[in-house]
Design a protein around this ligand. Structure first.
Ligand code: AMP
Ligand code: GLY
Length: 425
């Protein structure tokens, strides 16, 4: 089986690492990949948004399966373009990717399929949005409808802050066309978890739960990031019951509603959930695996992942089967460039030699480049340091041992990844 992974971050590193272990694999390409993915396959210099280039490569190389990591190629219709050439892709069509690319699309689907989610309203008119915000209690959440590079959500603690956010989006167009329409929704409270399913358009298979750490600062302070670390599994009293509830009330109804609309969802479905007093509520969907959740979860999956993704891409998942999991826990700590998520420098040197042989440690590259044999930082999130262990405490300790053994003085990490989960146990 010849496989092309699309993406250049740590999530794609984890996918490449996992797929490289498959006995069914004959060739693995990563476009564009990074210095880390080169250990598991061949990096190909094609950008994730170069749909024509990716399709051309897949045709020329007789690729059997394409596995897109990020949302950008999905939003641009990579899956549809590959399908036109009969090339299988484990990712949703452009239409089905609306579950991530349009928050209003998802909220309307939730209404039809009776999926639990926060009460909401949509606005293109600023005066109407202001009136609605004034009539609801704060805190309240203001969101741009479209993709806004993870910055389109404002959880406003006061009415004033919500009014400002609505003005910035609708009048000042800080997110451009992505904010031409906004949602205003009630604020949910409770622990937040990331829930994943493998989908083939009809069948969904549970594919793990993890807890991300989105704020840049310890104690969940400071601005939002792409994710500063993750742990799995999250601390839950009754995980089996939660899985069954979420599959029955959120994931399966979504697949059914999507199929009914003629846009069956194939690929990784990522549900961001708030575990409220009254049960799990959907915050948002993403049409892809999470990053860093993917780095955290894949080392816990015992099965060969490739046959699952092939079955998913061909609409052939067996609803009676489950993924098999390893015992234990996993933790990922992100090493980021100082300044992230604001402005940061590129080019700082990184030396991984001392960390290379530590126990149960995996270092996935997120934003690195190799120049004249020297590894350098080349992004905001730079490395995703992942470790597994018999329990969460061990996994976290091992991950930090790895972080501390990496020589990257221009980097920083949060030192409290998983701390809340440990104290909850
Ligand atoms: P997003 O950019 O859509 O991932 O949202 C960013 C974060 O905003 C989420 O991870 C939640 O922590 C928070 N959030 C979004 N919607 C709500 C809501 N209705 N209530 C409370 N928090 C929310
Ligand atoms: N870690 C959250 C995301 O991938 O969107």
């Amino acid at each position: 089986m010849r496989v092309l992974v699309v993406g250049g971050g740590a999530r794609e590193g984890a996918l490449a690492w996992k797929l490289a272990q498959s006995p069914a694999l004959s060739a693995l390409f990563i476009a564009p990949g990074n210095p880390g993915t080169a250990s598991w396959g061949s990096n190909i210099a094609i950008a994730v948004d170069d749909v024509a280039g990716l399709v051309e490569f897949a045709r020329a190389q007789a690729i059997d399966l394409v596995v897109p990591g990020p949302e950008a190629p999905l939003a641009l219709g990579l899956t549809d373009a590959l399908a036109a050439h009969h090339i299988a892709c484990f990712g949703p069509s452009q239409a089905a990717a609306q579950l991530e690319t349009s928050k209003i699309f998802t909220k309307e689907l939730c209404a039809v399929a009776q999926i639990p989610t926060a009460a909401w309203a949509r606005f293109t008119d600023l005066a109407q949005a202001q009136a609605y915000i004034r009539a609801r209690p704060a805190p309240i959440v203001v969101k741009a409808d479209g993709l806004a590079a993870g910055k389109g959500v404002v959880v406003a603690l006061s009415t004033e802050e919500a009014l400002d956010a609505a003005t910035a989006m609708l009048a000042d167009r800080v997110h451009g066309a992505a904010g031409a329409e906004i949602l205003v929704e009630d604020c949910l409270t409770g622990p937040e978890i990331s829930f994943f399913a493998l989908c083939d358009g009809e069948t969904a298979i549970f594919a793990g739960m993890a807890q991300d750490h989105k704020r840049v600062g310890e104690g969940d302070t400071g601005p939002n990031t792409g994710g500063m670390g993750a742990i799995a599994p999250p601390p839950l009293d009754d995980p089996e019951r939660l899985i069954e509830t979420v599959m029955a009330r959120i994931i399966r109804p979504t697949l059914a509603a999507m199929a009914e609309r003629g846009m069956p969802f194939r690929g990784f479905l990522f549900a961001g959930l708030m575990l409220t007093q009254t049960g799990p509520q959907l915050i948002e969907f993403n049409a892809r695996f999470g990053d860093p959740e993917c780095e955290t979860l894949l080392p816990l999956i015992e099965d060969d992942l490739l046959p699952w993704l092939v079955a998913g891409a061909h609409g052939a998942l067996d609803p009676t089967k489950k993924l098999s999991w390893r015992e234990g826990a996993s933790a990922t700590v992100i090493l980021a460039a100082k300044g992230y998520p604001g402005a940061y420098a590129r080019g700082a040197k990184i030396d991984l030699a001392q960390a290379a042989h530590l126990d149960a440690l995996l270092i996935f590259h997120a934003g690195t480049i190799e120049q004249n044999g020297v590894l350098q930082a080349n992004g905001g999130r730079v490395l995703a340091v992942t470790a597994t262990g018999a329990d969460l405490r061990t996994a976290i300790e091992r991950a930090y041992r790895g972080v501390d053994a990496i020589d990257f003085p221009e980097g920083f990490s949060r030192r409290d990844i998983g701390a809340r989960a440990l104290s909850a146990r």
